[in-house]
Design a protein around this ligand. Sequence first.
Ligand SMILES: Cc1cc2nc3c(=O)[nH]c(=O)nc-3n(C[C@H](O)[C@H](O)[C@H](O)COP(=O)(O)OP(=O)(O)OC[C@H]3O[C@@H](n4cnc5c(N)ncnc54)[C@H](O)[C@@H]3O)c2cc1C
Length: 399
Amino acid sequence: MVDMRADDTPELQAWRQEVRDFLAEALPEPWTFWYDYDEDPESWERYLTFWRKVAEKRWVSLTWPKEYYGLGRSAIEKWILDEEFVAHDVPTYPVIGRQVSELLMRHGTHEQRLKHLKGIADVSVLWGEGYSEPGAGSDLAGLTTKAHRDGNEWVINGQKTLGTAAHVCQWMSVLARTDPDGPRHAGLSCFLVPLDTPGVEMLPLNNMADGRQNMTYFDDVRIPAENLVGDENQAWTQVWFGMGGDKLDNALPGTDPHTLRIIPLFARVLRYCQQTNRGGQRLADDPLIRQQLGELMVGVETLKVQAFENYSRAQTRKPGKFGAASSHLSAAFHKEFWPHLAQVCMEIVGPMAQLKGGRWAQLNGELEHYFRASFGNHAGGTSQLKRMVLATRGLGLPR
Ligand SMILES: Cc1cc2nc3c(=O)[nH]c(=O)nc-3n(C[C@H](O)[C@H](O)[C@H](O)COP(=O)(O)OP(=O)(O)OC[C@H]3O[C@@H](n4cnc5c(N)ncnc54)[C@H](O)[C@@H]3O)c2cc1C
């Protein structure tokens, strides 16, 4: 087991205790909710109410600079906060808002930061991501949504797909082609689009794990010129590789606690195997299951080490071994490990894992839902794409 403790000073130990005390009060009962795989309005209300309590303490923006609604605290403190939140099964903050905060810290103007970071920090504004299109997922540079300048406005036309939770969001970051004649990668720009603008329409894409992505249509959608982020035609390098790249800016740390959800889940499966008998034998004593659990544990520990490395890069502000591609290593690993773990755990627990309620249900059906949700490993780019980035950008191999 990896045993790296972040809180090796009295100050950090006190900080961990402060987080625990907060959770004991704000989240007295264990509660699992995945914002990307749950459409129940009551659960959403509870989720947002909880995160607004976190926001009141300014812990959503813990590491951001003070001038942008943050507390300017360290990546180690953020690690401790995330570790406690994960250990208490706290549902993760809507991840796209975090990505937009990183985007604005890197490439936004001072005015854009002042305008938008507050809503992300106090959870009053939710963000969707409009990058993928029906014909442009892995091959994102093939996107065809267009934007052209008309006086003081940009006019957007096109279609986006797979927008996670976009139907509950107020804003969306949108990639569009602004130079139709230039090279594919060089003619893209990023825009901040209020979703109540005339010409925006949305249709549901219900996913197989009880959540919803969205098709979003843009029909002559007019937004102010100042809603362009970064430089015109530079979104490929600034936004796309900036977002998946070295992640060394102030909105950090970059490791998504999303990925760390595997840790408490695996602990529950392990406990289950230690406490459950089948055929007169504890599951944990069955040689095959022991081997399966041992193999999964190696994966869970690898994930932890990679997370430590990401937070450490955030703390030291040094790029990792693979430069701007470093975070793709943990992403590729997680994307492959997640469905594997879900499948092996389903095999261990057996068919009753599919039941959610009743006396025969095992682990409240959590594993079966986890298994169905594991297709979500495609979000943010598939593992094959992450491997390709590692090979080309990280190792310098030819395409
Ligand atoms: C749950 C979920 C949430 C999402 N949320 C959002 C969101 O909020 N906003 C958004 O913009 N997008 C979102 N996406 C879209 C996501 O970014 C795309 O699914 C992803 O980039 C893959 O694109 P695709 O689905 O079109 O698959 P394709 O690109 O068609 O790929 C199909 C398969 O081919 C493989 N493949 C493709 N090209 C290569 C290659 N060159 N080398 C090797 N293998 C290759 C892929 O790895 C994959 O296995 C979401 C997706 C999911 C599943």
